[in-house]
Design a protein around this ligand. Structure first.
Ligand code: CAA
Length: 386
């Protein structure tokens, strides 16, 4: 058997803002958000969830004692990290009670971080076939109140267990990469929120998609019709919709219909969670396999994009019992159990000092068993389980 995803976990905070409420408060036509941007809701952290606690919660979805014994590599990709030096993955390792003899670190390249981790994990499993790797993407996507990016925020984490016993998908050989040093989205050290040139980021994303998709097909001898579906990094679903239309260009009607139907299915969760940066591509994958129907060896394409900017296209084939490996009820419960915020409540939570290292203690109203950021003691971040 090849290397692929054995297990997938998902977490999103337990509060949600409906974009129809935001549109009303900002005096915007709700269709601009629903149709123009392609978003319905966004998850909101109340200050007690950050990239570390969300990563722990996503991984606890699936982690067993047998998994703990086998894991040899733990990577956390994030662009909303909590420390300039110490890896966020160390807090996660400690909370998850993972062994001390594993290799662990944090990676950063905007939204590409989780995909970068998957590539490293793939190579690691090739040389350590008896081991597994846990790769997590975890982010709070925050652009600021009353900014153009405000309706494209969100919060959440995806955790993947990579092994040579895949149950969801098995990666195919090869990939196409493309990078350019550009300034479409960046966050200097003295900025709480990213700086973004929204329209330029969309143009770059589409250009990078064209280049990597074509290069991948050329290098692997594939046609667009060989893909049952394509998953996209979805900062907001309209962006992926535009890339998928490029993929559909000049295709027979049946192929266009298949790619469009599967795109809609892959965008369902993002429409409700919002942007989760590093985990976004993989949330669209989770949405696709939960909502779509696949047969053994159906090929799924993956387009990963990280501003700054890098992109990669690769593919994987669906495993025979993928449906039994999905933790659907756990994932849906996290979406369904969110408390709907009013706009003033969301604005108050937004202004909490999440990144301060001042002495403070925080509580959480999450359900029993979840972890949360409990504040700082002697300038050290504290994480606790409810
Ligand atoms: N009904 C329907 N559609 C409407 C509408 C209405 N009433 N009003 C406007 N629209 C449409 C517009 O026609 C437009 O559609 P097109 O894009 O197809 O032209 C769309 O709604 C958006 O309208 P505007 O362009 O006028 O909106 P805006 O100026 O407010 O900006 C945005 C929208 C650029 C997406 C902005 O929200 C933004 O900058 N968001 C952040 C951008 C972003 O996340 N980039 C990500 C890069 S990748 C990433 O995730 C970062 C990473 O690597 C870390």
């Amino acid at each position: 058997m090849g290397i692929g995803i054995e297990k997938i976990g998902f977490y999103t905070p337990n509060k949600v803002l409906y974009l129809e409420d935001l549109a009303q408060a900002r005096h915007v036509d709700p269709n601009k958000f629903r149709v123009g941007i392609g978003q319905d809701e966004m998850s909101v952290s109340d200050g007690s969830q950050d990239c570390v606690s969300m990563a722990i919660n996503a991984t606890l979805d699936y982690l067993s004692d047998a998994d703990r014994a086998k894991v040899g590599l733990l990577i956390l990709g994030t662009e909303s990290g909590v420390d300039q030096s110490k890896s966020a993955s160390l807090f996660v390792k400690s909370a998850l009670k993972l062994p001390n003899n594993l290799r662990t670190f944090e990676v950063k390249e905007a939204c590409f971080g989780l995909t970068a981790g998957v590539a490293i994990a793939h190579d690691y499993i090739q040389t350590h076939p008896e081991k597994t790797a846990i790769v997590i993407g975890s982010d709070l996507a925050r652009y600021g109140l009353k900014t153009p990016g405000e309706p494209t925020q969100g919060a959440g984490s995806i955790s993947l267990m990579i092994s040579n016993h895949p149950r969801l998908i098995q990666f195919e050989p090869g990939h196409a990469s493309y990078s350019e040093d550009i300034d479409d989205f960046w966050r200097p050290d003295d900025q709480l929120f990213p700086l973004v040139s929204g329209k330029y980021s969309t143009e770059s994303y589409l250009k990078f998609f064209k280049k990597t998709f074509q290069a991948y097909k050329d290098s692997c001898g594939l046609n667009t019709s060989d893909f049952k579906a394509i998953c996209y990094h979805l900062p907001f679903t309209k962006m992926g919709f535009k890339a998928n239309e490029i993929a559909c260009d000049h295709q027979p009607a049946a192929i266009q219909e298949r790619l469009r139907t599967n795109f809609t299915l892959s965008a369902k969760y993002t429409r409700r969670v919002g942007n989760i940066y590093t985990g976004s591509l993989w949330l669209s994958f989770l949405s696709l396999v939960k909502n779509g129907t696949f047969e053994l060896d159906d090929r799924i394409g993956f387009f990963s994009y990280g501003s700054g900017a890098v992109a990669e296209f690769f593919s994987a084939k669906v495993c025979p019992d993928y449906q039994n490996a999905l933790l659907t009820s756990k994932h849906l419960a996290k979406l369904m159990n969110r408390q709907r915020l009013t706009v003033p409540e969301y604005e108050r939570l937004f202004n909490l000092p999440l990144m301060s290292s001042k002495e403070m203690s925080l509580t959480s109203d999450e359900a029993s068993g979840f972890w949360y950021f409990a504040g700082c003691h002697q300038q050290i971040r504290q994480y606790r389980q409810i």
